[in-house]
Design a protein around this ligand. Structure first.
Ligand SMILES: NC(=O)C1=CN([C@@H]2O[C@H](COP(=O)(O)OP(=O)(O)OC[C@H]3O[C@@H](n4cnc5c(N)ncnc54)[C@H](OP(=O)(O)O)[C@@H]3O)[C@@H](O)[C@H]2O)C=CC1
Ligand SMILES: Nc1nc(=O)c2c([nH]1)NC[C@@H]1CN(c3ccc(C(=O)N[C@@H](CCC(=O)O)C(=O)O)cc3)C=[N+]21
Length: 314
């Protein structure tokens, strides 16, 4: 197994293709750690303490783990992190009031509401109530609008797609990405759609597959780049993949093995697909750690922009 360290991150096309029998397993933990190092040094240079508020409603076990990981990483970066654990029966109004107070809190630069929310709360209303400049998930209309129009200079871009692009760029130069056929499997607002927008911006030819797509395997087989964000284990099979493709597995699925153990797997049949690809992300250790790193990057960017606005106004 070849692990791609960041030092060899810009593998050339010929390089990656010659490894088609021995795929590069993209080391998401390493790329994510490099992003964190850059966040730490930029934070120190800017001499600010970014404030990140993470709101968790209810006690979903997986969500609690993610939220704890986010808060721990924020502290490691020198941020002030505040975690709000609200009971499962919290009303929408109570969440909106909390967000309103965080929107007005000058020590808070980033607000994240962990999804999914309990059914009495309309997640759409909640997300749109976050001040766009503090929307570090990049889910507010202003940020999604900026992304789809290509106005990404001061947009907050959704963390998972932003991290996935960075992983693709760790094995493919920007010029190589241009003109490639990228197939995104999944069209959610948090992964599939923003992923397609980012790939378009990299001049890829983009196809999005969803649950109503006819002949998904046939389409996927044409892809130079496959991004899988479906939520179904082993959804992407070996015969869906073109020789030498780059495969990014966003899926996070908890399955029970024959031995009765819980295991984390992606959406790609990793063991059978890996022999065909030039590069592939593992689960765990692929996109997941990048999501958290990009959240830290977005929070720092939001804090730096907030500071420069205050300086300009004063
Ligand atoms: N690694 C990370 O950091 C993150 C991982 N995830 C993981 O990524 C996966 C996707 O998440 P998310 O986008 O939120 O999930 P959603 O459930 O919101 O979206 C799933 C998408 O897959 C499509 N889909 C479902 N079944 C099929 C099918 N049979 N054929 C083709 N397409 C299908 C759906 O199509 P349709 O729209 O037609 O229903 C939908 O667009 C999950 O495993 C999630 O846990 C999510 C966020 C971050
Ligand atoms: N508002 C909001 N923003 C999100 O970004 C968001 C969300 N809600 N709800 C849930 C999904 C899922 N998600 C993950 C983040 C990190 C890992 C991650 O770090 N995964 C590790 C493994 C962690 C483990 O062992 O469980 C890995 O893949 O290596 C996974 C999934 C963010 N999401």
């Amino acid at each position: 197994m070849a692990i791609a360290p960041l030092s060899s991150s810009k593998l050339s096309a010929s390089n990656s293709k010659s490894q088609s029998c021995d795929a590069v397993i993209i080391d998401g933990k390493q790329v994510a750690a490099d992003v964190i190092e850059s966040v730490k040094s930029r934070r120190a240079m800017a001499d600010i303490v970014p404030g990140l508020a993470v709101i968790l409603v209810g006690n979903n076990a997986a969500s609690s783990v993610y939220v704890r990981n986010k808060s721990a990483k924020a502290e490691e970066c020198g941020f002030a992190s505040q975690q709000f654990d609200l009971p499962v029966d919290t009303s929408e109004q109570e969440v909106l009031e909390l967000i309103n107070s965080l929107n007005n809190d000058t020590n808070i630069h980033g607000i994240l509401v962990q999804l999914p929310l309990p059914k009495q709360i309309d997640s759409h209303q909640v997300i749109q109530s976050i001040a766009p400049e503090k929307d570090v998930d990049g889910f507010h209309y202003l940020n999604t609008g900026k992304l789809t129009t290509g106005d990404t200079n001061d947009a907050l871009v959704p963390c998972t797609p932003a991290g996935s692009i960075q992983l693709i760029k760790s094995v493919m130069g920007a010029s190589e990405l241009s003109g490639k056929h990228a197939v995104v499997v999944g069209r959610s607002n948090i992964v599939g759609k923003p992923m397609a927008s980012l790939l378009l911006q990299e001049n890829c030819t983009v196809t999005v597959i969803h649950s109503r797509t006819n002949n998904p395997g046939e389409i996927c087989r044409q892809a130079d780049i496959v991004v899988a964000a479906v939520g179904i284990p082993n959804f992407i099979k070996e015969d869906w993949i073109k020789q030498g493709a780059v495969v990014i597995d966003v899926g996070i699925n908890r399955i029970t093995t024959d031995e009765g153990k819980t295991k984390l797997v992606g959406d790609v049949d990793f063991e059978n697909v890996r022999s065909k690809v030039s590069a592939i992300t593992p689960v765990p250790g692929g996109v997941g750690p990048m999501t958290i790193s990009m959240l830290m990057q977005n929070t720092l960017d939001a804090a730096i922009r907030g500071k420069s606005l205050i300086t300009k106004e004063s």
